[in-house]
Design a protein around this ligand. Structure first.
Ligand code: PEP
Length: 248
C-alpha cells in the first residue's frame, strides 16, 4: 500500500510574516483533525532562507520539511549552492530535484538531476524527482519519449537509490498556467512511469502529479490508480486551499 503524499512547493514566495501565518494555520489544522490530515504525509518546501523558521514551526508537528533544490557538491567553493548536509542541519527530510524551472532557468540536465537525487539519498533526504514534457513536446506526440529520456539516468542509479525516492510528473504546460492535465492524461503518464519503476524492481515508489492542482480538481486526480498525491505550487501559498488538497 503506497501512502499518500502532498507537498507544497512555495517557490520564491513568502516573507517571515506571511510564512508564519501559513505555517501556523497548517500546523494547527493538521493537529486538530488528525483523522483527516494524518492519514498521509504533508510536506512544505519554503525557500532556503526560511527553512529555519519553518523547522521551528514544525517541531512536534506531523508536517515535514523539504527544500526546493540541493547541490551535487558536498562542500567547498560553490557560491550560492546549498548542500544536502546543510539541509539536514535544518531538519529537512525531503528535497525537490529537477523541477522544470531549474531545468529551464538553470540548465539542469537529467544527468545532473539524477546526481542530485543520489546525493540527497546518500545524505538521508528523500529526493522528489520532477519530470514532465512541454506543450510542444506533447503536441508532437513525444510525451512518453520525453519522460523516458528524463527518467533514464535516474533509473540507472539502481534499486537501492530508487527504492527511496519519489517521482513527480509535472507537465510543464500545466505548471502555474491554470491548465491541469485531465485525470486520464495524468494517469496515462503515471502508468508509464509505474511500468518503468516496476521493471526496475521498485513498483512501490510514490508518483505525484503536479500542475495547477487545486482543491476542486485534487479528488478526481487522486482517484486515479497510479497518482499517489500532489506537488502543489501556487495553491500551496494559501493554507485553506492547500489543506483542502491534502484532505482530498
Ligand atoms: C510546481 O511548481 O511544482 C507546480 C505544480 O506549480 P502549480 O501548482 O502552481 O502549477
Amino acid at each position: 500500500m503506497r501512502t499518500r503524499l502532498v507537498m507544497g512547493n512555495w517557490k520564491m514566495n513568502g516573507d517571515l510574516q506571511a510564512n508564519q501565518a501559513l505555517l501556523s494555520t497548517i500546523v494547527r489544522t493538521v493537529q486538530a483533525e488528525p483523522s483527516i490530515y494524518q492519514k498521509g504525509q504533508i510536506v512544505v518546501c519554503p525557500p532556503f532562507p526560511y527553512l529555519a523558521q519553518a523547522a521551528q514551526s514544525l517541531v512536534d508537528s506531523s508536517v515535514e520539511l523539504g527544500a526546493q533544490d540541493v547541490s551535487v557538491a558536498t562542500s567547498g567553493a560553490y557560491t550560492g549552492e546549498v548542500s544536502a548536509s546543510m539541509l539536514k542541519d535544518f531538519a529537512c527530510q525531503w528535497v525537490i530535484v529537477g523541477h522544470s524551472e531549474r531545468r529551464a532557468y538553470h540548465g539542469e540536465s537529467s544527468e545532473v538531476v539524477a546526481e542530485k537525487a543520489k546525493v540527497a539519498m546518500t545524505n538521508g533526504l528523500t529526493p522528489v524527482v520532477c519530470v514532465g514534457e512541454s506543450l510542444s513536446e506533447r503536441e508532437a506526440g513525444r510525451t512518453l519519449a520525453i519522460i523516458d529520456e528524463q527518467l533514464k539516468p535516474v533509473l540507472a542509479l539502481g534499486s537501492a537509490v530508487l527504492a527511496k525516492l519519489v517521482i513527480a510528473y509535472e507537465p510543464v504546460w500545466a505548471i502555474g498556467t491554470g491548465l491541469t492535465a485531465t485525470p486520464e492524461q495524468a494517469q496515462e503518464v503515471h502508468a508509464f512511469i509505474r511500468g518503468q519503476l516496476t521493471a526496475a524492481g521498485v513498483g512501490h515508489v510514490q508518483i505525484l502529479y503536479g500542475g495547477s492542482v487545486k482543491a476542486n480538481n485534487a479528488k478526481s486526480l487522486f482517484a486515479m490508480p497510479d497518482i499517489d498525491g500532489a506537488l502543489v505550487g501556487g495553491a500551496a501559498l494559501n493554507a485553506e486551499e492547500f489543506l483542502a488538497i491534502a484532505a482530498a
